[in-house]
Write a protein that binds this ligand. Structure first.
Ligand SMILES: [Fe+2]
Ligand SMILES: [Fe+2]
Length: 289
């Protein structure tokens, strides 16, 4: 598949505005934090909603941040976990013709096994039927696809590095039983900007470096300008942290906005090793490229 890309344009000819609508925390008194993630990405004015948080923070924060969710026609679901899809419940209550980009596995029944052995249900809280009934069109495929010129959804991310894993004890329902969930639905959004690739990730269960590598392969571009999103480094051991930092230094990435499932200590290590390019993304964070 050949993507049109925006790389050949002048740097200031493509305007990308990123607004974090939902993240675990916020420094703003008029916004709420909620365990989960949701971002509005505008590319030359075209709005794309990436994930929806876990409950109602999306609906509360969007108007405060000047985001009209009614005008959003493209919704990307990074993966089916409820901290990224919980806001779909309120979103689909407002019947609107929208396109929902997801991997088919996103609609599976799934859980996480907690340290003391209990299982928590973390499935998507709305069904395919409810999304369709609201006027939504579901585009469910493991393949990469282009939303608008130069803006891609990665589809399934190949697991190439030996040092990354999904970051938890995840399971999904398979027939009568449960199987290990490798979260194959995990996908990211890639903007082929003249300044370099901009990659937006939900949890990066596929691995941060696997995700960035796949973005480079899909677009044929080596230069990564910015990463924004969850990294799921919160459960990473020393080896994974070391290898991840080594790869990020090789990429010469300009901005790393870590959010959600990055964890305090991994974020602190990234900041120590990479310095001021590392920022924490919270509800209300904005950046324009
Ligand atoms: Fe997740
Ligand atoms: Fe998450």
């Amino acid at each position: 598949m050949k993507f049109a890309g925006l790389a050949d344009k002048e740097e200031d000819a493509v305007r990308v505005e990123i607004t974090i609508l939902v993240e675990n925390t916020t420094p703003a008194l008029d916004l709420v934090g909620e365990y989960g993630f949701s971002v509005l990405v505008r590319v030359d004015g075209h709005p794309i909603l990436f994930d929806t948080g876990s409950r109602d923070a999306l609906i509360k924060n969007a108007p405060v941040l000047g985001v009209d969710l009614g005008a959003v026609e493209d919704v990307v679901i990074s993966h089916g976990h409820s901290d990224h899809t919980g806001g779909l419940r309120l979103l689909v209550e407002n019947s609107t013709e929208r396109r929902f980009y997801a991997h088919p596995h996103a609609f599976s029944h799934r859980g996480v096994v907690l340290p003391k052995g209990k299982t928590r249900d973390i499935s998507m809280p709305v069904s395919r039927e409810e999304i369709t009934a609201s006027g939504g069109t579901i585009i469910a495929t493991p393949a990469a696809r282009e939303i608008i010129s130069g803006v891609l959804v990665t589809g399934e991310v190949p697991r190439q590095t030996g040092f990354e894993d999904t970051g938890g004890n995840f399971i999904y329902r398979h027939g009568e039983g449960w199987e290990t969930d490798y979260i194959l639905d995990d996908q990211s959004l890639v903007i082929d900007h003249p300044a370099g690739l901009i990659v937006v990730s939900g949890c990066a269960h596929a691995g941060l470096i696997n995700t960035l590598e796949h973005a480079r392969e899909l677009t044929g571009r080596g230069n990564i300008h910015a990463f924004i999103g969850g990294t799921h480094l919160m459960t990473a051991g020393e080896e994974r942290m070391t290898q991840t930092i080594h790869a990020l230094k090789e990429y010469n990435i300009d901005r790393l906005v870590v959010c959600h499932c990055t964890g305090f200590y991994p974020a602190a290590i990234l900041y120590r090793e990479l310095g001021g390019i590392v920022q924490k993304g919270e509800s209300g964070f904005r950046m324009t490229i």
